[in-house]
Design a protein around this ligand. Structure first.
Ligand code: G1P
Length: 270
């Protein structure tokens, strides 16, 4: 059973400056609530019991967001506001789920994940990238079901424009059926000329615990960072089974300014 999830949140958020010079991008509101809440709700609804949030000292306000009990209690007592009570209840629900781990020097997603190695208990865990919002259908839940069916690792995927492949991890795929494929290889942000397909890695992964052993000796890759993609590649080439799943929900890229603005517009029209 997959009961634990990891969310790397220690990135600098440079694509969303100047907002992110004072507010962590994951707390920026999307249609009135922080992007992070959408991701936590997805975890909760898919049966996850513990979410490990990887933050940095600079992003301590993410932790504060869940630890404002005194503030809420005082306001609720004075105002008796119904909306406030519901919000507080929601925050408490998330507070019970979250744990914090620190990555103070941003050295890539792989390095962030490695910080959680002592906390992961079972053979597989879920990882979610906070920039990738998926609405209308719970993508994590679909991946967990597929993990049960194929008894393997699973990664969400989406076909992207050929001209955009260098923004993503890209799969080499062997089709199994309409929505799923066997991953034969994966390359982090390839050039158009060397991309093995236009099936992109989207930020929902079910990964095996043994990836920590690979990560321990993972060399720095693209832009000097330690990429989770490179460790996944090592596992695939060592014949570990990884399934790619073309998810059904609607994808919203919140990691760029135009994508972030667009996501609020899209969600507000639901
Ligand atoms: C990361 C991964 C990349 C993946 C992407 C999905 O990139 O390294 O393989 O395609 O998330 O959002 P980042 O968005 O951190 O540049």
């Amino acid at each position: 059973m997959i009961k634990q999830a990891i969310i790397p949140l220690a990135g600098l958020g440079t694509r969303l400056l100047p907002l992110t010079s004072v507010i962590p991008k994951e707390l920026l509101p999307i249609n009135g609530k922080p992007g992070l809440e959408y991701i936590l709700e997805e975890c909760y609804q898919s049966g996850i019991k513990e979410v490990i949030l990887i933050i940095s000292k600079k992003k301590k306000s993410i932790k504060d967001y869940f630890y404002n009990d005194a503030f809420y209690k005082k306001l609720i007592k004075n105002k008796g506001d119904k909306r406030l009570k519901l919000e507080y209840k929601k925050i408490l629900k998330f507070k019970k789920m979250v744990k914090f781990v620190y990555q103070n020097t941003p050295a890539g997603t792989g390095d962030a994940v490695l910080k959680c190695r002592k906390l992961i208990k079972s053979k597989y865990f879920l990882m979610l990238m906070p920039d990738d919002l998926i609405i209308n259908k719970n993508c994590s839940k679909s991946l967990i079901n597929l993990h049960r069916k194929y008894k393997s690792s699973v990664i969400a995927s989406k076909k992207v424009k050929k001209s955009d492949v260098s923004r993503w991890g890209i799969f080499k795929a062997k089709k199994l059926n309409r929505k799923n494929f066997l991953i034969k290889d994966v390359v982090e942000k390839p050039r158009i000329s060397s991309a093995p397909s236009n099936y992109a890695v989207i930020g929902r992964y079910i990964l095996p615990k043994k990836i920590f052993n690979v990560l321990k000796s993972q060399k720095r890759g693209k832009n000097g960072e330690i990429h989770i993609t490179d460790s996944i590649r090592t596992l695939i080439l060592a014949k570990n089974k990884f399934i790619g799943h073309i998810f059904a929900g609607k994808y919203l890229d919140c990691g760029t300014m135009s994508g972030y603005i667009n996501s609020t517009l899209k969600i507000s029209r639901l």
